[in-house]
Design a protein around this ligand. Structure first.
Ligand code: PLP
Length: 388
């Protein structure tokens, strides 16, 4: 097992390393500055100042107002809160429109409300992971409360035309929520110019810690909290603030804002070189997801004829981390719902791996993966071709 420092981490869509500058900013709030920001003494006020700054920094990254940012415990809570609020605010509307490739934070919420008398229309995607906007529009009915479409897909990196979807929802007079957990920090976002009501993000996808997220709530959108109690976050999310993590998310947002363009081009260059070289060197590799509308850091590839789990295991032994295009549920490997929704046969989904690059990856790491991966795949293909 390689030492932690030798690991080549190509699983940044799953979680990212905390940026050292983020950790530094958090430390006082884990040690000496432990006051409650709701406290009425100066010791608490100092802390309140820090959480206020975090609101400003996240708002700056999103192009919105600081009081439109509500800190939560994670992306999942943000997604659940947005959908919950939309349903609560218009009780006569009991219909949600979403897509077949959403994260389970949205899909399983929808499944849960179906059991409580709500209806859900799941709009399909094509083989490239793209949505038919006319079909999405047709799915919206007078009783639709909210449309929820992710900005970018976590498995394939496919980017949805969120601006156009927001306009459709505006015309139709329905709430629009976007799960931007994978988009924030990887693409420029300017909410001031878009009719989006709710947007979810998660700290651990952009070099802040796990267990902190945020929900953008448009100041014109009426809102009902999911978690009720104290008056924190303007009454939109009760519970004493997770101060250190909120401060960390604020710092991560500041870094993302300042480095977005530069980082995107360097991460894109690494990811492109990885994919292009691999496709040129290794036969029978297919790209999953529309390459013309994809996050700069995500490469989801099908290695025809090989079980992706076997590749993952071999790469893991070599200290290379990536992700399966499938998930383990109760001991059996299920093909990814995203790749299935893209109409791929189970065999293609089961041979797919996701490589997701990030801020701390290097050229030398890509070289090493390009040296190991083709060898591993060829060897596994040979083994499966050899009669037992
Ligand atoms: N939405 C998307 C698109 C994600 O990729 C994830 C995490 O993988 C989530 C939501 C959930 O975020 P969290 O892990 O912060 O709950």
């Amino acid at each position: 097992m390689p030492a932690d420092s030798e690991v080549i981490y190509l699983d940044n869509n799953s979680s990212t390393r905390i940026d050292p500058a983020v950790l530094e900013e958090m430390m006082p709030f884990l040690t000496s500055r432990y006051g409650n920001p709701s406290g009425s003494h100066r010791f608490g006020a100092q802390v309140k100042e820090a959480t206020n700054l975090a609101h400003e920094r996240v708002a700056n990254l999103l192009g919105c107002q600081p009081n439109e940012v509500v800190f939560t415990s994670c992306g999942t809570e943000s997604d659940n809160s947005a959908l919950h609020s939309a349903l609560q605010m218009s009780p006569e509307r009991k219909h949600i429109v979403t897509t077949s490739v959403e994260h389970n934070a949205v899909l399983n919420y929808c499944e849960a409300v179906v059991r409580r008398d709500c209806e859900v229309t799941v709009v399909p995607v094509d083989e490239q992971g793209g949505l038919d906007l006319a079909e999405l529009e047709r799915a919206i009915r007078p009783e639709t409360a909210v449309v929820s479409v992710m900005w970018a897909n976590n498995e394939t990196g496919v980017i949805n035309p969120v601006e156009e979807i927001a306009q459709i929802c505006k015309r139709k007079g329905v709430f629009f929520h976007t799960d931007a957990v994978q988009a924030v920090g990887k693409m420029a976002i300017d909410l001031e110019s878009l009719p989006i009501h709710f947007l979810s993000l998660s700290g651990h996808k952009l070099h802040a810690p796990k267990g902190v997220g945020a929900l953008y709530v448009n100041r014109k959108a009426r809102f009902q909290p999911l978690i009720v109690g104290g008056p924190q976050e303007g009454g939109r999310r009760a519970g004493t603030d997770n101060v250190a993590s909120i401060v960390g998310l604020g710092k991560a947002a500041e870094i993302a804002f300042e480095t977005l363009e530069e980082e995107n081009s360097s991460v894109r260059a690494l990811c492109n070189r990885f994919e292009k070289t691999l496709l040129a060197e290794l036969e029978d590799v297919l790209v999953n997801g529309d390459p013309s509308a994809r996050l700069p850091n995500t490469s989801n590839l099908a290695f025809t004829g090989v079980d992706a789990q076997a590749i993952l295991l071999k790469l893991d032994q070599e200290g290379i981390c990536c992700s399966l295009g499938s998930s383990c549920t109760t001991g059996s490997v299920q093909p990814s719902h995203v790749l299935r929704a893209m109409h791929f046969p189970d065999e293609r989904a089961r041979s797919s791996l996701r490589f997701s690059f990030g801020r701390f990856n290097t050229e030398a790491e890509v070289d090493k993966v390009l040296e190991i991966l083709p060898r591993v795949v060829r060897k596994l293909r040979q083994l499966s071709a050899t009669p037992a």
